[in-house]
Design a protein around this ligand. Structure first.
Ligand SMILES: Cc1cc2nc3c(=O)[nH]c(=O)nc-3n(C[C@H](O)[C@H](O)[C@H](O)COP(=O)(O)O)c2cc1C
Ligand code: SF4
Ligand code: SF4
Length: 373
């Protein structure tokens, strides 16, 4: 079973990379993640100046995380030692950098390349801090930044994009035109995770970045858009905590994936679980390499104009086995599903509009959508 893959020409033993964040804040942390099975690590964002981190800065609820952490607490000079430690350990390090201008970004890129970084990730997309508003949402600015960095270094350059924009495809194209080798997406999403109604205060004192399980659909959508737009290595990020999440990104065209929040909540053991389950799934399906599934779902993604309107309605594929359940009856806002006193579920195909909701809410896959007989 071969899980190896390639990111911007760099050979990796598997597609699972640790994304930029507190779990990659030091050489020691990065080595722990690599020892747990990750194929590469992306450093926490490295800046020219150190930003103090406010307290509190993290809040987590129901698999979702909000953070207002502002990048690395180590100086640029200190990163020489931290990156050096990982390189001595034999690990692949992608240095995530952020600066105020294209030339400062190029300077940072050159510096971390000298420190031994295998590739760069331009961390222009955090919703807090200034990177996104200055460099990460304007295609000409992004083009200029990427071009300056690409000209300054001899290692691959990846650009990390945000979903907090309305021109994702244009930004991806600008990065490609400027010579980037890869794109990673998504960064966290601007948010307020909640308000304590007793103290009438938001959980954290300013807007923060939303991550974890609930952002996966947004990450998947962004990755699909990017893969449809550019011909670059794409690293999919957002809400990955299980092997099937990782496969979803790969099937939409990503060559690798990154994760952070799931490891914060559940520990580094998640890395081994994902890889083992991925191997098990591939074996059970008879696949030998990820290339056999990469992009397969992207090929099935259609535009509205391409979707053929078919007279399909819901039908019972089998009898309902759950006496206490009525999820389908409640969810059908067209009143087409009825559960009788005898526990039998019936669909009135004259009322059914084929919306598909009963198929997804039924925990027993009792429904199919078929041509009306
Ligand atoms: C606490 C925390 C700190 C983060 N810091 C950075 C950072 O310094 N630079 C960066 O590019 N992304 C940063 N991220 C974003 C992650 O790398 C990732 O893009 C995002 O969390 C979505 O992935 P996830 O749902 O697996 O966490 C951070 C995320 C978290 C949760
Ligand atoms: S497909 Fe939609 S309209 Fe038809 S039965 Fe299911 S929920 Fe109701
Ligand atoms: S949702 Fe499925 S399991 Fe629940 S009542 Fe309907 S058919 Fe039965």
């Amino acid at each position: 079973m071969d899980l190896s893959c390639e990111l911007m020409g760099i050979k990796l033993k598997n597609p699972l990379i640790i994304s930029s964040g507190p779990l990659t804040r030091s050489g020691e942390m990065m080595i722990k993640a690599l020892d747990a099975g990750a194929s590469a690590v992306v450093t926490e964002t490295i800046l020219n100046e150190i930003r103090p981190n406010v307290r509190p800065r993290l809040t987590g609820h129901d698999g979702a995380l909000q953070n207002i952490r502002l990048y690395s607490e180590y100086s640029l000079e200190e990163w020489k030692r931290q990156i050096g430690m990982v390189k001595e350990h034999g690990g692949v390090v992608i240095a995530n950098i952020l600066a105020h201008s294209p030339s400062e970004m190029a300077f940072l890129g050159r510096t971390v390349e000298r420190y031994g970084a295998d590739a760069l990730e331009l961390g222009i997309s955090s919703p807090h801090g200034e990177g996104l508003s200055v460099l990460g949402c304007d295609p000409p600015n992004l083009y200029e930044t990427v071009r300056k960095v690409v000209e300054a270094v001899n290692i691959p350059v990846m650009v990390k994009l945000s979903p907090n924009v309305n021109n994702l495809a244009a930004l991806a194209k600008a990065a490609e035109d400027a010579g980037a080798d890869g794109i990673s997406a998504i960064n966290t999403i601007r948010s307020i995770l909640g308000v304590d109604i007793n103290s009438m205060s938001p959980f954290l004192p300013t807007y923060g970045g939303y991550s974890g399980d609930p952002i996966r659909p947004i990450g998947l959508g962004a990755v699909a858009t990017i893969c449809q737009t550019v011909n670059l290595s794409v690293s999919g990020i957002g809400g990955i905590s299980r092997f099937n999440h990782l496969l979803e990104y790969i099937m939409l065209g990503a060559s690798t994936c990154q994760l952070q929040s799931a490891l914060i909540f559940k520990g580094l053991g998640v890395i081994g679980e994902i890889l083992e389950d991925l191997r098990g799934w591939m074996e059970s399906k008879g696949y030998n390499s990820l290339d056999e599934v990469r992009g397969k779902a992207l090929n099935r993604l259609k535009s509205f104009d391409e979707i053929i309107l078919e007279p399909k309605v819901a039908m019972m594929a089998k009898n309902c086995p759950r006496p206490g359940c009525s999820l389908c009856e409640t969810a059908c806002i067209f009143g087409a599903v009825e559960k009788g006193r005898d526990g039998k579920v019936q669909v009135d195909t004259d009322k059914c509009t084929g919306c598909g909701l009963c198929l997804s809410v039924c925990p027993e896959t009792c429904f199919t959508l078929e041509w009306k007989r």
